[in-house]
Design a protein around this ligand. Structure first.
Ligand code: PAF
Length: 280
Protein backbone atom coordinates (compact mmCIF):
# COMPACT_ATOMS: atom_id res chain seq x y z
CA UNK A 1 0.00 0.00 0.00
CA UNK A 2 1.32 3.45 -0.91
CA UNK A 3 0.21 6.47 1.12
CA UNK A 4 1.00 10.09 0.28
CA UNK A 5 1.83 12.48 3.12
CA UNK A 6 2.14 16.17 2.32
CA UNK A 7 2.49 17.74 5.75
CA UNK A 8 5.10 17.36 8.46
CA UNK A 9 2.37 17.27 11.12
CA UNK A 10 0.92 14.15 9.50
CA UNK A 11 4.37 12.59 9.14
CA UNK A 12 5.16 13.18 12.84
CA UNK A 13 1.80 11.80 13.94
CA UNK A 14 2.27 8.65 11.86
CA UNK A 15 5.81 8.06 13.10
CA UNK A 16 4.83 8.49 16.74
CA UNK A 17 2.29 5.65 16.45
CA UNK A 18 4.63 3.23 14.67
CA UNK A 19 7.03 0.68 16.15
CA UNK A 20 8.16 -1.28 13.07
CA UNK A 21 11.66 -1.07 11.58
CA UNK A 22 11.71 1.83 9.19
CA UNK A 23 13.77 2.14 6.02
CA UNK A 24 14.16 5.54 4.39
CA UNK A 25 14.86 6.57 0.80
CA UNK A 26 15.41 10.32 0.48
CA UNK A 27 14.96 11.66 -3.07
CA UNK A 28 14.27 14.85 -4.96
CA UNK A 29 11.69 13.06 -7.09
CA UNK A 30 11.64 12.63 -10.86
CA UNK A 31 12.26 9.00 -10.02
CA UNK A 32 14.04 6.57 -12.33
CA UNK A 33 15.10 2.94 -11.97
CA UNK A 34 18.09 4.02 -9.86
CA UNK A 35 15.72 5.35 -7.18
CA UNK A 36 13.45 2.34 -7.62
CA UNK A 37 16.38 0.01 -6.90
CA UNK A 38 16.82 1.79 -3.53
CA UNK A 39 13.11 1.50 -2.81
CA UNK A 40 13.07 -2.22 -3.63
CA UNK A 41 16.07 -2.88 -1.40
CA UNK A 42 14.31 -1.03 1.42
CA UNK A 43 11.11 -3.02 0.79
CA UNK A 44 13.15 -6.22 1.06
CA UNK A 45 14.81 -5.24 4.34
CA UNK A 46 12.40 -3.10 6.32
CA UNK A 47 8.82 -3.46 7.64
CA UNK A 48 7.82 0.03 6.62
CA UNK A 49 9.45 2.28 4.03
CA UNK A 50 9.36 6.07 3.87
CA UNK A 51 10.43 7.75 0.65
CA UNK A 52 10.73 11.52 0.60
CA UNK A 53 10.30 13.67 -2.48
CA UNK A 54 11.64 17.14 -1.82
CA UNK A 55 13.62 19.41 -4.13
CA UNK A 56 15.80 20.93 -1.44
CA UNK A 57 16.52 24.61 -2.17
CA UNK A 58 19.47 24.62 0.26
CA UNK A 59 21.62 22.39 -1.94
CA UNK A 60 21.34 24.45 -5.14
CA UNK A 61 23.66 27.37 -5.87
CA UNK A 62 22.25 30.71 -7.11
CA UNK A 63 22.95 29.88 -10.78
CA UNK A 64 21.92 26.23 -10.64
CA UNK A 65 18.84 24.40 -11.87
CA UNK A 66 16.54 24.60 -8.79
CA UNK A 67 13.67 26.18 -10.73
CA UNK A 68 13.84 23.88 -13.70
CA UNK A 69 14.57 20.68 -11.74
CA UNK A 70 11.82 18.30 -12.98
CA UNK A 71 8.87 17.93 -10.58
CA UNK A 72 6.83 14.86 -11.59
CA UNK A 73 4.92 13.74 -8.48
CA UNK A 74 2.13 11.89 -10.24
CA UNK A 75 4.51 9.84 -12.34
CA UNK A 76 6.72 9.21 -9.28
CA UNK A 77 3.75 7.83 -7.32
CA UNK A 78 2.90 5.53 -10.24
CA UNK A 79 6.47 4.17 -10.32
CA UNK A 80 6.45 3.63 -6.55
CA UNK A 81 3.06 1.89 -6.70
CA UNK A 82 4.28 -0.39 -9.48
CA UNK A 83 7.47 -1.29 -7.56
CA UNK A 84 5.48 -1.99 -4.39
CA UNK A 85 3.29 -4.54 -6.24
CA UNK A 86 6.19 -7.02 -5.94
CA UNK A 87 5.92 -6.68 -2.14
CA UNK A 88 2.22 -7.35 -1.41
CA UNK A 89 2.45 -6.79 2.36
CA UNK A 90 4.53 -3.66 2.05
CA UNK A 91 3.72 -0.25 3.42
CA UNK A 92 5.26 2.73 1.66
CA UNK A 93 4.74 6.28 2.87
CA UNK A 94 5.70 8.97 0.38
CA UNK A 95 6.51 12.21 2.18
CA UNK A 96 6.19 14.93 -0.47
CA UNK A 97 5.95 18.20 1.49
CA UNK A 98 3.84 20.77 -0.31
CA UNK A 99 6.33 23.57 0.36
CA UNK A 100 9.80 24.13 1.79
CA UNK A 101 8.41 25.54 5.08
CA UNK A 102 7.13 22.06 5.91
CA UNK A 103 10.74 20.89 6.08
CA UNK A 104 12.42 24.09 7.27
CA UNK A 105 9.89 26.10 9.27
CA UNK A 106 10.65 29.77 9.97
CA UNK A 107 13.30 30.07 12.67
CA UNK A 108 14.94 26.74 11.92
CA UNK A 109 18.29 27.94 10.68
CA UNK A 110 20.77 25.24 11.72
CA UNK A 111 23.33 24.25 9.13
CA UNK A 112 25.13 20.94 9.25
CA UNK A 113 28.65 20.99 7.78
CA UNK A 114 30.81 17.95 7.26
CA UNK A 115 34.24 19.51 7.36
CA UNK A 116 36.96 18.20 5.10
CA UNK A 117 34.60 16.63 2.58
CA UNK A 118 32.56 19.76 1.95
CA UNK A 119 35.14 21.79 0.03
CA UNK A 120 36.82 19.31 -2.30
CA UNK A 121 35.73 17.99 -5.74
CA UNK A 122 31.94 18.54 -5.91
CA UNK A 123 32.11 20.77 -2.84
CA UNK A 124 34.78 22.98 -4.42
CA UNK A 125 32.80 23.40 -7.64
CA UNK A 126 29.46 23.82 -5.82
CA UNK A 127 30.25 25.82 -2.66
CA UNK A 128 27.66 25.19 0.05
CA UNK A 129 26.15 22.20 -1.78
CA UNK A 130 27.11 19.59 0.80
CA UNK A 131 26.01 21.82 3.70
CA UNK A 132 22.61 21.91 1.99
CA UNK A 133 22.58 18.15 1.50
CA UNK A 134 23.75 17.33 5.04
CA UNK A 135 21.28 19.81 6.54
CA UNK A 136 18.24 18.45 4.71
CA UNK A 137 19.21 14.81 5.29
CA UNK A 138 19.77 15.50 9.00
CA UNK A 139 16.35 17.19 9.17
CA UNK A 140 14.64 14.37 7.25
CA UNK A 141 16.35 11.77 9.47
CA UNK A 142 15.03 13.64 12.50
CA UNK A 143 11.48 13.58 11.12
CA UNK A 144 11.43 10.02 9.73
CA UNK A 145 13.66 8.44 12.40
CA UNK A 146 14.67 5.48 10.23
CA UNK A 147 16.83 2.57 11.33
CA UNK A 148 18.30 2.34 7.84
CA UNK A 149 18.66 4.80 4.94
CA UNK A 150 19.52 4.14 1.33
CA UNK A 151 21.68 6.28 -0.95
CA UNK A 152 22.81 5.72 -4.54
CA UNK A 153 26.56 5.38 -4.98
CA UNK A 154 26.42 7.51 -8.11
CA UNK A 155 26.68 10.48 -5.75
CA UNK A 156 29.73 8.94 -4.15
CA UNK A 157 30.96 12.02 -2.32
CA UNK A 158 27.45 12.66 -1.01
CA UNK A 159 27.38 9.08 0.32
CA UNK A 160 30.63 9.78 2.20
CA UNK A 161 29.31 13.10 3.52
CA UNK A 162 26.20 11.38 4.91
CA UNK A 163 28.20 8.52 6.43
CA UNK A 164 30.53 11.03 8.10
CA UNK A 165 27.60 13.10 9.37
CA UNK A 166 25.95 10.02 10.89
CA UNK A 167 29.24 9.12 12.57
CA UNK A 168 29.94 12.66 13.84
CA UNK A 169 26.43 13.07 15.26
CA UNK A 170 26.27 9.44 16.50
CA UNK A 171 22.94 8.89 14.79
CA UNK A 172 21.61 5.33 15.18
CA UNK A 173 21.06 4.89 11.44
CA UNK A 174 22.70 2.40 9.10
CA UNK A 175 23.62 3.99 5.76
CA UNK A 176 23.38 1.59 2.87
CA UNK A 177 25.05 2.54 -0.43
CA UNK A 178 23.44 1.07 -3.52
CA UNK A 179 25.09 0.33 -6.88
CA UNK A 180 24.75 2.66 -9.86
CA UNK A 181 22.06 1.67 -12.36
CA UNK A 182 23.09 2.30 -15.98
CA UNK A 183 21.49 2.45 -19.37
CA UNK A 184 22.59 -0.32 -21.79
CA UNK A 185 25.13 2.13 -23.22
CA UNK A 186 26.77 2.54 -19.80
CA UNK A 187 25.41 6.02 -19.06
CA UNK A 188 24.54 6.22 -15.35
CA UNK A 189 20.85 6.98 -14.74
CA UNK A 190 20.24 10.49 -13.49
CA UNK A 191 17.28 12.86 -13.43
CA UNK A 192 19.51 15.39 -15.17
CA UNK A 193 20.06 13.10 -18.22
CA UNK A 194 16.80 14.46 -19.61
CA UNK A 195 18.48 17.83 -20.11
CA UNK A 196 20.70 16.17 -22.78
CA UNK A 197 19.97 16.31 -26.49
CA UNK A 198 20.28 13.04 -28.47
CA UNK A 199 23.74 14.13 -29.71
CA UNK A 200 24.88 15.07 -26.20
CA UNK A 201 23.66 11.73 -24.87
CA UNK A 202 25.69 9.91 -27.48
CA UNK A 203 28.77 12.08 -26.82
CA UNK A 204 28.44 11.62 -23.05
CA UNK A 205 29.48 7.98 -23.38
CA UNK A 206 33.04 9.27 -23.19
CA UNK A 207 32.48 9.30 -19.42
CA UNK A 208 31.67 5.59 -19.10
CA UNK A 209 34.38 4.61 -21.61
CA UNK A 210 37.08 6.63 -19.82
CA UNK A 211 36.18 5.23 -16.41
CA UNK A 212 36.10 1.69 -17.83
CA UNK A 213 39.55 2.11 -19.40
CA UNK A 214 41.03 3.42 -16.15
CA UNK A 215 39.45 0.50 -14.30
CA UNK A 216 40.95 -1.99 -16.77
CA UNK A 217 44.39 -0.37 -16.46
CA UNK A 218 44.26 -0.67 -12.66
CA UNK A 219 43.03 -4.28 -12.85
CA UNK A 220 45.89 -5.20 -15.15
CA UNK A 221 48.38 -3.68 -12.72
CA UNK A 222 49.22 -0.64 -14.86
CA UNK A 223 49.51 2.94 -13.63
CA UNK A 224 46.59 4.91 -15.16
CA UNK A 225 48.13 8.36 -14.52
CA UNK A 226 49.49 8.90 -18.07
CA UNK A 227 46.14 7.93 -19.58
CA UNK A 228 44.31 10.23 -17.15
CA UNK A 229 46.65 13.14 -17.82
CA UNK A 230 46.02 12.69 -21.54
CA UNK A 231 42.24 12.42 -21.09
CA UNK A 232 42.24 15.61 -19.01
CA UNK A 233 43.42 17.60 -22.03
CA UNK A 234 39.71 17.64 -22.89
CA UNK A 235 38.55 20.76 -20.98
CA UNK A 236 35.08 19.30 -20.40
CA UNK A 237 36.29 17.23 -17.48
CA UNK A 238 35.42 19.05 -14.26
CA UNK A 239 37.58 16.42 -12.57
CA UNK A 240 38.83 12.89 -13.07
CA UNK A 241 40.54 11.56 -9.95
CA UNK A 242 41.32 8.47 -7.90
CA UNK A 243 40.30 8.14 -4.25
CA UNK A 244 40.41 5.42 -1.62
CA UNK A 245 36.92 3.89 -1.67
CA UNK A 246 36.67 3.41 2.10
CA UNK A 247 38.24 6.64 3.40
CA UNK A 248 37.84 8.96 0.39
CA UNK A 249 41.51 9.82 0.89
CA UNK A 250 43.65 11.11 -1.96
CA UNK A 251 46.42 8.79 -0.78
CA UNK A 252 45.77 5.47 -2.50
CA UNK A 253 49.22 3.94 -1.92
CA UNK A 254 47.87 1.12 0.26
CA UNK A 255 44.27 1.10 -0.95
CA UNK A 256 42.50 -2.21 -1.25
CA UNK A 257 39.78 -0.60 -3.30
CA UNK A 258 40.12 2.48 -5.46
CA UNK A 259 37.30 4.72 -6.68
CA UNK A 260 37.58 6.54 -9.99
CA UNK A 261 35.47 9.70 -9.68
CA UNK A 262 34.59 12.00 -12.53
CA UNK A 263 32.37 14.80 -13.70
CA UNK A 264 32.10 15.56 -17.39
CA UNK A 265 30.53 18.82 -18.53
CA UNK A 266 28.09 18.22 -21.39
CA UNK A 267 26.77 21.61 -22.43
CA UNK A 268 25.03 22.99 -19.34
CA UNK A 269 24.74 19.58 -17.73
CA UNK A 270 27.29 18.13 -15.35
CA UNK A 271 27.41 14.34 -15.58
CA UNK A 272 28.66 12.56 -12.46
CA UNK A 273 29.91 9.02 -12.46
CA UNK A 274 32.30 6.71 -10.66
CA UNK A 275 33.62 3.17 -10.64
CA UNK A 276 35.22 1.07 -7.95
CA UNK A 277 38.19 -1.24 -8.51
CA UNK A 278 39.41 -3.88 -6.14
CA UNK A 279 43.21 -3.85 -5.96
CA UNK A 280 44.58 -7.39 -5.81
O1 PAF B 1 20.65 12.57 -3.84
C1 PAF B 1 19.65 13.33 -3.78
O2 PAF B 1 18.67 13.15 -4.49
C2 PAF B 1 19.64 14.48 -2.79
O3 PAF B 1 20.89 15.04 -2.68
C3 PAF B 1 19.07 14.07 -1.41
C4 PAF B 1 19.95 13.04 -0.72
C5 PAF B 1 17.68 13.54 -1.56
C6 PAF B 1 19.01 15.30 -0.50
O4 PAF B 1 18.20 16.29 -1.01
Amino acid sequence: MVTLITTTAELKQRRSSESSTVGFVPTMGNLHQGHISLLKEALKNDDVVYLSIFVNPKQFGPNEDFNRYPRTLENDINLITEAALDFPNSQVFVYAPKDAQEVFPAGMDQTISVQGLDNILEGKIRPGHFDGVATVVWRLFDLVKPQRAYFGLKDFQQYHVIKQMVKDLALPIKIQGMPIIREKTGLALSSRNQYLTAEQKEASLILYRTLSTIKELIISGKNPQDYMRDALKDPNWNYLVLRDTETFSEDITNSKNISILAVYQMGNTRLLDNMQVEVL
